[in-house]
Ligand binder design. Structure first.
Ligand code: PLP
Length: 490
């Protein structure tokens, strides 16, 4: 029964709190018994829910029962150890506790005054992470929800730095702003395109640079593009190399790109949303050569640092660049301590900000750096093991190097013996066979793979990153792939 204020009394909260923790513990314990991808048809959930809100409140027990009956069937289980599509999520149990407390505090971290704990813990935890990934002390971080939003803020800061006073004067109705250019690889994540759309720069501002056969930006092509643009009166404002691209996890040569940015005075933003976590491994640091020369870097603990979604970190060489682009203090937000404290609202478009640092603090303290390193090493080992099965098999081939824990592969020419696809068959038919196998595995619910296209080839992507993934899960995917292939040959 509700208390006189309409909320749940403490005793009942305690009782249901235990139930929900039990529920989550059981869920994690048995997660691999669920189909990875939800098996429901579109609109199944909508059709099973009342179309308007209840007039009278219900017991929480009824709501929880409906989670089992209605919500669970419509869940795609990102935490399933056989979720290998896109990039796997690495959420840990301890991170869930962080989310619970964040909801309880429900602070809107805008000013230090409204949220000293969130503001200061964010600084401390981001400095821990900075040290863990071996960035120099002048890098200061800020937490946003996603890498898409982090990158958009970095481009906004770069745009402001270019000197056209866009913050004040905008871009519309002006004839004194030339085309501003942003450069990235042809394999860049779509968050960069979207950032440009949002900032009014438009997709025309993005110049995609040709890559080599390892899917890495060719620095000479970048320099040529910049020269050509300058000759045409355009203004280069930002270059965005990626360490760990979304398609293949390839690594752009950041050090060589930093030379070019320095020469032309262009903002260097490094997108390492996925792979940045591996910089906590000393043996992976060579992949990050030159990133300390960046103006800004994005990395996502919500991808591969055991932290529940959402938590993305933007590190800046000079955080005041973000402040110059975004700080705006309305009368009702003025405080007496502005000069002495950091107010999170000054560094982006959001006023209120979630207390996200708490869950990252929990995770780091619970795992310790060594615990995190051990898991990341294991994920990379498992991905290399899977890649070795692909390499050793006549039927399959690797289509990209495996620097981290993503394997890009497909049925090889020798593997193409299906009745649907005869030898010498067209690329389209080979692509169709790979797609067919992926769709069949995904539909079975046993595992989830996603794809990309590399040089016109339909490419299967297997990402290893769940906190629950073990060798047996990869063996299962390998067996599924081969039995699907043989079914096609029969
Ligand atoms: N950058 C890279 C390299 C990515 O792989 C991704 C997502 O996979 C993103 C950016 C976007 O991440 P988010 O979902 O946090 O916006």
């Amino acid at each position: 029964m509700k208390n006189e204020l309409g909320d749940m009394p403490a005793d009942e909260f305690r009782k249901h709190g235990h139930e929900i923790v039990d529920w989550i513990a059981n869920y994690f314990e048995h997660i691999d018994e669920f189909p990875v991808l939800s098996q429901v048809e579109p609109n199944w959930l909508k059709n099973n829910l009342p179309s308007s809100a209840p007039q009278k409140g219900e017991d929480f027990g009824e709501v929880l029962a409906d989670v089992d009956k209605l919500i669970l069937p419509a869940v795609t289980h990102w935490n399933h150890p056989n979720f290998h599509g896109l990039f796997s999520t690495s959420t840990s149990s301890i991170g869930v506790f962080g989310e619970m407390l964040t909801a309880a505090f429900d602070m809107k971290a805008m000013l230090w005054r409204t949220s000293p704990a969130s503001t200061e813990l964010e600084d401390v935890v981001l400095d821990w992470v900075r040290q863990m990934v071996d960035l120099p002390p002048h890098f200061e971080g800020i937490i946003y929800d996603t890498a898409s939003v982090s990158t958009m803020h970095a481009i906004a800061a770069a745009r402001e730095k270019a000197g056209f006073e866009i913050r004040e004067k905008g871009m519309s109705g002006r004839d004194d702003v030339p085309l501003l250019r942003v450069y990235a690889s042809e394999h860049v994540h779509s968050s960069i395109d979207k950032g440009l759309i949002t900032l009014g720069l438009g997709l025309r501002s993005l110049r995609k640079i040709e890559c080599n056969e390892r899917f890495e930006i060719i620095p000479e092509k970048l320099a040529e593009a910049i020269e050509e643009d300058i000759e045409n009166g355009f203004v280069p404002i930002c270059v965005i190399p990626t360490i760990g691209t979304t398609s293949t996890s390839s690594i752009d040569p950041v050090d060589a790109i930093a030379d070019i940015c320095e020469k032309y005075g262009i903002w260097l933003h490094v997108d390492t949303a996925y792979a940045g976590s591996t910089a906590i491994l000393p043996e992976f640091r060579e992949y990050f050569k030159g990133w300390a020369r960046a103006d800004s870097i994005v990395l996502n603990p919500h991808k591969w640092l055991f932290t529940p979604f959402d938590l993305s970190v933007l590190y800046c060489k000079n955080l005041n660049d973000l402040k110059d682009a975004f700080s705006l203090v309305a009368e009702y937000l003025k405080t007496t301590d502005e000069q002495t404290v950091k107010n999170g609202m000054d560094y982006g478009i959001q006023l209120g900000r979630r207390f996200r640092a708490l869950k990252l603090w929990f995770v780091i303290r619970y795992f310790g750096v060594e615990g995190m390193q051990a898991r990341l090493r294991e994920h990379c080992r498992l991905a290399r093991l899977f890649a070795s099965w692909v390499e050793e098999s006549e039927d399959w081939e690797l289509l990209a190097p495996v620097p981290f824990a993503l394997v890009c592969f497909r049925i090889s020419a020798a593997g193409v013996r299906s009745p649907h696809v005869s030898k010498g068959s067209s690329d389209d038919e080979v692509n169709a066979l790979n797609e067919h196998i992926m769709n069949a595995i995904n539909a079975s619910g046993d595992a989830y793979l996603s794809h990309t296209k590399l040089n016109g080839k339909f490419t299967l992507r297997l990402s290893v990153g769940s906190i629950r993934v073990e060798e047996r899960h990869l063996r299962k995917v390998w067996d599924l792939l081969n039995s699907q292939l043989h079914e096609q040959i029969k």
